[in-house]
Design a protein around this ligand. Structure first.
Ligand code: GDP
Length: 461
């Protein structure tokens, strides 16, 4: 399929959803104000039916257009190529002579945040053709270090010997560079997310609707390889769960996050989207049981959900949630539980979560590596997808619009986006005029940043 075809197909899909966000929000407000409640609810139900039918039909297009197998093969090939390049980078012929970048796993944050820290370091390594050395002694999730739980990120090169280490930013081409946290990096390189490699971009966009998270997922795929003991523990927990498709993953982030970095969301806010998913699925597939995999750091959520939604089957482990709560969090046991939750969430057919949480974003990124295209397989109640510390994320104006003209946005202008309000509009700032306002989301499209990463020609295609 051509890139234009793929972009058009995704645009129609996305904009069908945007019509729904607009109508459901506006009518929902009238209902909340108690204006002709029954009549409006009936209209809303009718529109919802039509929306599900449209989206369901559109999802069949890539199944039926004759390129299904091609996409699957291409997705596997490009992923394998990236993995081979990373392996090559991480296992230089002469470790002593190799240029290196050092990353300290001493960031005082949760596991999702630490994974993203390593992802940032690995992207830096890939972009600068330096082998990544991970220092993890005294790591908060296991004081013996990363390699005690996961396979090391290199088989053959794990030290910078006693070479001089220069902190980034470096003024000359130092042999060994150490990296700060991305949040405080100066001279932020343009190759950091959400940029993707130019030499692969035109291949990725032809099978995946969100190349930036696909690229980040590839880094996670390389990094996250549990050792035998850990893998066995994960497998044993999973074997005791009745995990069967269809299943929707729900991630509910509570405890220390609520009120500081994110708002509280009631269980029904998540379940509205779970119900919508199943109502749509039932148009084309019989659903024997509406299953939900529920992950949380709040031990009470599972029981509450089972009580409130008896028609659903909730799968999950309250003891995992218990050890995930703030005061027990940074232990090997809690890490094992989180790895189970991440594995399960990313194996679900669809995820409902809050992208303000790195756990939700990691689950989606892994999901992107588990299938050809997961870009329509989630709903985030709050943020749009992002990478903490990323470079500017813009949307490009695709249709001239009077709503946009007030802040001067002819076709082609770039708008730095702050978020989608899931009501048909998002907030953004025009990069040319610096004016800020509401943008009709459907009149803009994601602006993909292509960066000329090294092409690793020595690695076979
Ligand atoms: P964020 O704070 O949600 O952005 O994500 P972080 O990963 O940085 O920190 C949250 C930490 O809380 C995680 O690393 C886990 O230790 C714990 N946690 C949060 N949600 C869950 C969950 O659903 N399951 C488990 N097992 N742990 C969780």
């Amino acid at each position: 399929p051509s890139e234009e075809y793929e972009n058009l197909r995704r645009r129609i899909y996305s904009n069908t959803k945007e019509i729904w966000y607009y109508i459901s929000h506006e009518i929902g407000k009238l209902i909340a104000d108690e204006v002709k409640v029954d009549a409006l609810q009936a209209i809303l139900n009718q529109v919802a039916d039509r929306k599900r039918s449209l989206l369901s039909d559109q999802q069949k297009l890539p199944e039926l257009d004759g390129y299904k197998e091609w996409r699957e093969t291409e997705a596997a090939n490009v992923s394998e190529l990236v993995q081979r390049r990373l392996k090559h980078l991480q296992n230089p012929v002469d470790c002593r002579e190799a240029r290196k970048v050092i990353c300290n796993l001493n960031k005082g944050c949760g596991f999702g945040c630490q994974l993203h820290h390593i992802v940032y370091c690995l992207i830096f390594a890939y972009a600068t053709e330096r082998t990544l050395i991970l220092n993890s002694k005294g790591w908060r999730y296991n004081s013996k270090g990363w390699d005690y739980v996961f396979h090391p990120i290199s088989d053959s090169c794990t030290t910078a010997y006693d070479d001089k280490v220069m902190p980034w930013p470096v003024s000359y081409d130092a042999k060994v560079v150490s990296l700060p946290f991305i949040d405080s990096i100066s001279q932020k390189p343009k190759f950091l997310p959400l940029a993707i490699p130019k030499d692969l971009a035109h291949r990725i966009v032809r099978f995946n609707g969100d190349p930036a998270s696909w690229w980040i997922g590839q880094m996670l795929k390389y990094i996250l390889k549990p050792r035998t003991n850990m893998q066995k523990a994960i497998n044993e927990t999973i074997a005791n769960m009745n995990f069967k498709s269809p299943i929707v993953g729900v991630h509910i982030r509570r405890t220390d996050k609520v009120g500081t970095e994110a708002a509280f969301h009631h269980i029904h806010e998540y379940m509205t989207h779970v119900k919508d998913y199943y109502d749509e699925l039932e148009l084309t597939h019989p659903v024997d049981k509406r299953r939900v995999y529920l992950a949380s750091d709040d031990a009470n959520v599972l029981e509450d959900a089972r009580k409130k939604y008896p028609e659903y089957e909730f799968i999950g482990d309250a003891s995992i949630a218990k050890t995930a709560a703030t005061h027990r969090r940074y232990t090997p046991l809690s890490l094992a539980g989180l790895l189970v939750d991440l594995h399960m969430l990313s194996s679900c057919d669809y995820i409902v979560c809050t992208f303000s949480s790195q756990v939700g974003r990691v689950a989606y990124e892994i999901m992107q590596t588990n299938r050809v295209d997961a870009s329509n397989s989630f709903f985030s109640l709050d943020d749009i997808y992002y990478f903490g510390g990323q470079n500017a994320h813009d949307r490009v104006v695709g249709v001239s619009a009077h709503e946009l003209s007030f802040f001067g946005s002819p076709v082609g202008d770039l708008i730095g986006v702050a978020g989608n309000h899931w009501n048909g509009f998002g907030r953004g700032t025009n990069k040319r005029t610096n004016l800020n306002g509401l943008i009709p989301w459907y009149k803009t499209a994601d602006h993909l940043v292509l960066y000329p990463f090294p092409e690793y020609k020595q690695v076979p295609l």
